[in-house]
Write a protein that binds this ligand. Structure first.
Ligand SMILES: [Zn+2]
Length: 407
């Protein structure tokens, strides 16, 4: 289904980048728009949404600060089907063939991938938080590996450059958007550089990349660098709510998402309650530190880690943050808790472990997330974390101090 209007969640995310979008529009209307822009920032924060809105603004016939949504150009750019809007995506190896005959300029044969590209464009038009890569229907871990195999190739850039010299068909400008620009190899970047150095007066290049540092310095120096920051959790929560996620769930997911709307959305659809149950099981087992039970729990956590990564640890820390808040403020903490529906449990932790050092626990959790991201073996990290949690919680209320139990 074609997107009739921009999704409410996308509007909410765009609102989160309002200042930056206003600056872009102001320069454009003042006749100072850069011919090459590099949109960079972490995954899931709305780079694509912002870059595409700006592309639409460049093509729009009206002179507003946002696409007018009613001119002929806006009609066409809404579905990203506009003859002067050129979108370049990373392709898997072997997806295109280069045809060259005699002195004729080379031509690229994209017939093998054309259907997938139109599918991708349609889904980005409907939802700019769709991955901007060809989906090959594989698992998440394979999709990650794919990040390194898909790239924007030299023949694609050459083909783009041949279009650059042509006049615009329908609008007064031409816009070229290159997604995952960092996936261009040196040759492709050098070929693009020539166009960035002498852009046609009506041509605008928008490069989108997670990390601008991954591009050649020569490319970076030709572009206006537009760095997008992580979203704050209120923006994420309101975007989730406008997608129909219940408010409590939206609030938790937004706090676990580390500034990424995409991650928050995955979390909110991925059954936060299952994650919650697993986290609490792990906490209970860690508190007990029973050598026979712990391995089973660690095994379960390991499985969970594959689908949630850092969010698992963020969840743990939010729980302990609530516990710390509750032991300091008791009932007064109620409306400040992240997990309001877990208030009873949180209160019990505080009562059961009156000497708990929650700061130490939270530090240990952060360290563990770091170790996992550095590639340490998850089960070892999780065992070590259990022991740290057990120690930091301290003596259980009503039980004799440890050295006496050892007798
Ligand atoms: Zn318009």
């Amino acid at each position: 289904m074609a997107a009739e209007t921009i999704a409410a969640s996308t509007r909410a995310i765009l609102a989160g980048h309002a200042a930056l979008r206003a600056r872009l529009a102001t320069s454009l209307r003042a006749g100072r728009a850069a011919h090459a822009c590099l949109f960079s920032g972490p995954s899931g924060i709305g780079k694509t949404a912002v870059a595409l809105e700006y592309a639409r603004l460049l093509l729009c016939d009206a002179a507003g600060s946002q696409p007018c949504e009613s001119c002929m150009q806006c009609e066409a750019t809404r579905t990203l089907q506009h003859p002067d809007l050129h979108l370049v995506f990373p392709y898997p190896p072997g997806a295109i063939k280069v045809k060259k005959s005699g002195n004729e300029p080379e031509e690229i044969d994209e017939s093998g991938i054309v259907d997938k590209v139109s599918e991708l464009i349609a889904s980005i038009a409907a939802d700019p938080f769709t991955a901007t890569q060809i989906d090959e229907g594989e698992s998440k871990s394979k999709a990650r590996a794919r990040l390194f195999s898909h790239s924007v190739r030299l023949p694609q850039i050459r083909s783009l450059l041949r279009k650059v010299s042509r006049r615009a068909y329908q609008a007064s400008r031409k816009v070229y958007v290159i997604f995952h620009a960092e996936s261009m190899n040196t040759q492709a970047q050098n070929a693009l550089l020539k166009a960035l150095e002498e852009p046609p007066p009506d041509g605008y290049f928008l490069l989108v990349a997670e990390n601008d540092q991954d591009l050649l310095p020569t490319i970076r120096s030709r572009c206006q660098l537009i760095r997008l920051g992580k979203l704050n959790s209120e923006v994420i929560a309101s975007a989730l709510e406008s997608d129909g996620v219940p408010s409590e769930q939206a609030s938790i997911a937004s706090k676990l998402a580390d500034g990424s709307f995409l991650r928050a959305r995955e979390l909110s659809t991925q059954e936060l309650s299952a994650l919650q149950t697993d986290v609490i099981d792990y906490l209970v087992e860690s508190a007990r530190c029973d050598a026979l039970e712990l391995p089973k729990t660690v095994q379960k956590v390991q499985e969970r880690l594959y689908s949630t990564d850092r969010s698992y640890f963020d969840f743990l820390n939010l729980f302990f943050r609530d516990a710390a808040l509750y032991s300091a403020l008791a009932k007064d903490a109620s409306d400040k808790l992240v997990f309001r529906d877990l208030e009873d449990r949180i209160a019990r932790v505080g009562k059961a472990y009156p000497e708990a050092d929650f700061d130490a626990v939270m530090n240990a959790v952060d360290k563990s997330a770091e170790y996992i991201s550095l590639g340490y073996t998850p089960d070892l990290v999780l065992y070590a974390l259990s022991v740290r949690i057990h120690q930091a919680l301290g003596r259980r209320a009503g039980k004799a101090p440890k050295h006496r139990m050892d007798n």
